[in-house]
Design a protein around this ligand. Structure first.
Ligand SMILES: O=C(O)c1ccccc1N[C@@H]1O[C@H](COP(=O)(O)O)[C@@H](O)[C@H]1O
Length: 207
């Protein structure tokens, strides 16, 4: 029986300790936020060390918000991430250029659908992620209203936590789910019980 549950990304990792904690809890991917505006900002050196500490089976995703191309590529290389997540107002050329180097999670808002779905479908190396307008804000989207426009193969973020992720999966059937605010003891520090409960809820979900 194939595993139909979505991939799980635990974002906002700021230490080796939390990387190991999330990996042992079963995360498929860890997110490292390199956007200076974030309360979960991590340095490339710490992200690199944290990524090395979890082994090759766990993806390491560098998260950026409206940063320049050189900064994205240099930081991603220094941190040895395996994928890049791009938030913000970015040109198609920018996203395609990053995708020449790394698999890209291109983050879009609900009001950008369905156009973004059509633009990025079948573009090699680019996967869509739907998130709330305020990244890292912990506010869930209205999943029922998105049923018609949520493209197959898209990831979902925005206000997901242990108590609501199964319902989000049931409604939208995302390829992956991503969370940060509701998995923390405080900004930048993971809560093991929340991370464990979140991943268990995803694994138990039946899309
Ligand atoms: O969390 C942040 O501080 C952040 C800053 C800049 C870009 C992205 C950020 N986080 C991303 O926000 C979503 C979900 O957040 P939440 O679960 O609603 O708190 C996720 O994609 C994070 O990677």
């Amino acid at each position: 029986m194939p595993d139909l549950s979505p991939q799980v990304k635990v974002c906002g990792t700021t230490s080796v300790h939390d990387a190991v904690l999330s990996a042992q809890a079963g995360a498929d991917a860890l997110g490292f936020i390199f956007a200076p505006v974030s309360k979960r900002l991590v340095s490339p050196d710490v992200a690199r060390e944290a990524g090395l500490s979890v082994g090759p089976a766990v993806a390491r995703v560098g998260v950026f918000l409206d940063q320049g191309l050189n900064e994205v590529l240099r930081t991603a290389e220094a941190a040895r991430v395996s994928a890049v997540q791009l938030h913000g107002s970015l040109s198609e050329t920018f996203v395609r250029t990053v995708a020449d180097f790394y698999p890209v999670l291109r983050v879009v808002r609900p009001d950008e659908l369905p156009a973004a779905g059509m633009r990025w479908q079948d573009v090699p190396g680019v996967t869509l992620m739907l998130d709330a307008p305020q990244p890292g804000g912990g506010v869930p989207l209205d999943w029922d209203r998105l049923r018609q426009t949520f493209p197959p193969g898209t990831w979902l973020a925005g206000g997901l936590g242990p108590w609501n992720v199964a319902e989000a999966i049931r409604v939208l059937r995302p390829a992956g789910v991503d969370a940060v605010s509701h998995l923390e003891a405080r900004p930048g520090v993971k809560d093991l019980a929340k991370v464990t409960a979140f991943i268990a809820a995803v694994r138990a979900s039946t899309p």
